[in-house]
Design a protein around this ligand. Structure first.
Ligand code: AMP
Length: 195
């Protein structure tokens, strides 16, 4: 199963990505987690991206694409994966298609968590209090929402046109939304291949 999960900041995609990945026995690959871990460990990559993350801007496409290509080449991703937070631009989308096609692979489905944007700012502010994330002050949150709308939403149209999009209502408890996602995916995959 080669999957993506998309959703605006605060839509709960990180949590749901881990749940789905566990359910299907595939790795969840989050570019945001990779970047944050590098910032935390003060690696050269971390030093390169720290200010970008702090502003809520996007890390340059080529750099992000290379990191994902390297990660997808790891043995644990050979049988499937769930990408969380990548691609975020049309350039990244094309790069991912190319990376997969080079191995004769393609995406099976693109999950989209649909949540009212009004609710999302409130959720993010709440999370900022709990997690103390440096990129979660109100100004940065609003900026990330704007960047998402302008740069990432067109990707949904692209995947929709290709018949890959599976839209799921992201409003509810973690368990409710998780059950909806698995049901939608199982239906999409014809029930086969799922555990
Ligand atoms: P996330 O945890 O997915 O919200 O990502 C946190 C931050 O990491 C984003 O605000 C960006 O600065 C950076 N980032 C994560 N994924 C990407 C990507 N695919 N392209 C560019 N920047 C990214």
């Amino acid at each position: 199963m080669r999957l993506l999960i998309m959703g605006a900041p605060g839509a709960g995609k990180g949590t749901q990505a881990r749940g789905i990945a566990d359910h299907y026995g595939i790795p969840a690959i989050s570019t945001g987690d990779i970047f944050r871990a590098n910032v935390r460990d003060k690696t050269p990559l971390g030093q390169q991206v720290e200010a970008i993350l702090g502003r809520g801007d996007y890390v340059p496409d080529e750099l992000t694409e290379q990191i994902v290509a390297d990660r997808l080449a790891q043995p644990d991703a050979a049988a499937g994966f769930l990408l969380d937070g990548f691609p975020r631009t049309l350039h990244q989308l094309a790069a991912l298609d190319e990376t997969l096609a080079a191995d004769g692979q393609a995406l099976d489905a693109v999950l989209s968590l649909v949540v009212d944007p009004e609710d999302l700012i409130a959720r993010l502010l709440h999370r900022a209090e709990i997690e103390g994330r440096a990129d979660d002050n109100e100004e940065t949150i609003r900026h990330r929402m704007d960047v998402y709308t302008s740069d990432t939403k067109p990707l949904l149209d692209n995947y929709g046109d290709r018949g890959l999009l599976v839209e799921v209502d992201g409003d509810g408890t973690i368990e409710e939304v998780g059950a909806r996602l698995v049901a939608a995916l199982d239906e999409r995959m014809g029930g086969a291949g799922s555990r």
